[in-house]
Design a protein around this ligand. Structure first.
Ligand code: AP5
Length: 219
């Protein structure tokens, strides 16, 4: 199966992508995670994209699409994958279509996780992440067993730099501005599914699987 997960910042794309990838045995490809890792390790790409991420704006289309191309076209690239946070613009959606046509694959579905802004702000301000293993928590909704400590590896949890309130507002503004063209693009192709992402994690996961059953059995 090949899926795209679309949704506003903090809508739960990463959380649901991990659950789905584990359930369906797909590779989870998150452009946000790849870019953050590049920034953390100080690569040339990281130095290039850092200012955009700090401001909460999008990284240029050519850079992100080149990154996804590199992941999906190498010899050992996964054939079953879930793209989390890509594409986010029409230019990226078109670049993805060109790439998929070249490698002879097609998307099964594009899922839009719909969550209103007031829930998003609560989710993002309460998010804590593990800098060592990447696990994601929420201080209330998905609290670690010991406050501030990762359940998986015991490292001290941190807040993402772009989760500051003014950056979150900018990320939301950019998202709301660009998402209509992407939604329209996939609605026109006939493979867009919308899922209410405002309930708790398990309820959203079940709703997602129910929707996916409609296009492909086995979820
Ligand atoms: P990215 O990391 O993709 O950020 P984002 O899209 O803003 O999404 P988030 O990671 O903030 O949230 P999420 O939807 O994954 O939610 P999560 O599951 O963590 O991108 C970061 C930056 O990189 C961008 O701003 C941009 O600069 C750049 N970038 C990346 N891709 C790009 C692209 N394609 N083009 C251009 N630039 C790009 O959940 C959030 C919190 O809520 C967590 O605490 C979680 O525990 C909790 N939670 C999750 N689900 C629920 C639930 N159902 N109920 C209650 N709590 C929940």
């Amino acid at each position: 199966m090949r899926l795209v997960l679309l949704g506003p910042p903090g809508s739960g794309k990463g959380t649901q992508a991990k659950l789905l990838a584990a359930r369906l045995g797909m590779a989870h490809i998150s452009t946000g995670d790849i870019l953050r890792e590049a920034v953390r390790t100080g690569t040339a790409l990281g130095r290039q994209v850092r200012p955009f991420m700090e401001r909460g704006t999008y990284v240029p289309d050519e850079l992100v699409s080149a990154l996804v191309r590199e992941r999906l076209s190498r010899d050992d690239a996964p054939k079953h994958f879930l793209l989390d946070g890509y594409p986010r613009t029409r230019a990226q959606a078109e670049a993805l279509d060109r790439l998929l046509a070249e490698i002879g694959l097609a998307l099964d579905a594009v899922v839009y996780l719909d969550v209103p802004d007031e829930i998003i702000v609560h989710r993002i301000t309460g998010r804590r992440v593990c800098p060592a293993c990447g696990a994601v928590y929420h201080v209330e909704n998905q609290a670690p067993r010991q406050a501030g400590i990762c359940d998986v590896c015991g490292a001290e949890l941190i807040q993402r730099e772009d989760d500051r309130e003014e950056t979150v507002r900018e990320r939301l503004r950019v998202f709301r501005q660009t998402v209509p063209e992407v939604v329209a693009y996939y609605a026109h192709q006939g493979n867009l599914l919308t899922v209410d992402g405002s309930a708790d994690v398990d309820t959203v996961h079940q709703a997602l699987c129910d929707k996916l059953q409609e296009v492909t059995p086995g979820c």
